[in-house]
Ligand binder design. Structure first.
Ligand code: 13P
Length: 248
């Protein structure tokens, strides 16, 4: 087991309406409260429509709040966008940035992600930066090279390493039911750690992609894996809690 504190992050994506989202948040807050002090960190990242209501619901519990994206600016004429400072106002402490769904569907580049990381850290948030290879890159055997390049380019020059979490999310593993082996995940995490230099030793590096209560155990058992970024399995409180308990 790693000496770094474990971190389990729920990315609700575009799931959750007011009632279902609040039931989920309340269930998790109650479970976390009943298991205090938690020996891992739990963060939930609801859609922005639920941020404030979820914030109120989990207030006082060990569950922490995150956003799923933010703009590069603090404010301005950006219709439909939301800034890191606005999320911080609502009690967010984390923000997921550079998720492959945003890179692919919204054309987000490494350079844009780096600017968002800078904005998030300036607002006092910890950036959870997602990187990962595609199926083609995996097949070409270029995973390590892609990971190193993507990571370097997705971080700003003055990155605050204490406010950074790296999430290794192979694009081909997201929502597909497929995954690298725990040993392969550990190998990529070592590449990430090496790329980060000295800061890599203490950095929380987490894995995401089709994590479920059934497969989470062997992944989280790896010393190199400091936690999980969970998508579809995070919108069921029992399932998400069962994954989190594997952090112990
Ligand atoms: P799934 O767990 O649904 O594969 O999603 C992973 C993910 O994208 C988390 O950010």
């Amino acid at each position: 087991m790693s000496k770094r504190r474990r971190l389990i992050v729920g990315n609700w994506k575009m799931y959750g309406r007011l009632t279902s989202g609040l039931v989920l948040a309340r269930d998790l807050a109650e479970k976390a409260q009943a298991n205090k002090p938690l020996d891992f960190d739990m963060i939930i990242c609801p859609p922005a429509t639920l941020t404030w209501a979820v914030s109120e619901t989990i207030m006082g519990s060990p569950v922490m709040l995150g956003a799923q994206d933010c703009h590069t600016a603090t404010h301005g004429a950006y219709t439909g966008d939301l800034s890191a400072a606005q999320f911080a106002d609502l009690g967010c402490r984390y923000v997921i940035l550079g998720h492959s769904e945003r890179r692919i569907a919204h054309g987000e580049t490494d350079e844009l992600v780096a600017r968002k990381v800078e904005a998030a850290q300036l607002a006092g948030l910890t950036a959870i930066v997602c990187i990962g290879e595609t199926a083609e890159q995996l097949a070409a055997g270029s995973t390590a090279e892609i990971i190193e390049k993507q990571l370097r380019a997705s971080l700003p020059d003055k990155c605050r390493m204490a406010h950074l979490v790296v999430a290794y999310e192979p694009v081909w593993a997201i929502g597909s039911g497929q995954q690298p082996s725990p040993a392969d995940i550990a190998t990529v995490h070592k590449v990430i750690r090496k790329t980060l230099g000295e800061a890599g030793e203490t950095m929380q590096i987490i894995y995401g992609g089709s994590v479920t209560p059934v497969n989470a155990g062997p992944i989280l058992y790896e010393m190199e894996v400091d936690g999980a970024l969970v998508g579809s399995a995070s919108i069921n409180s029992d399932g998400f809690w069962a994954i989190a308990e594997k952090c112990r």
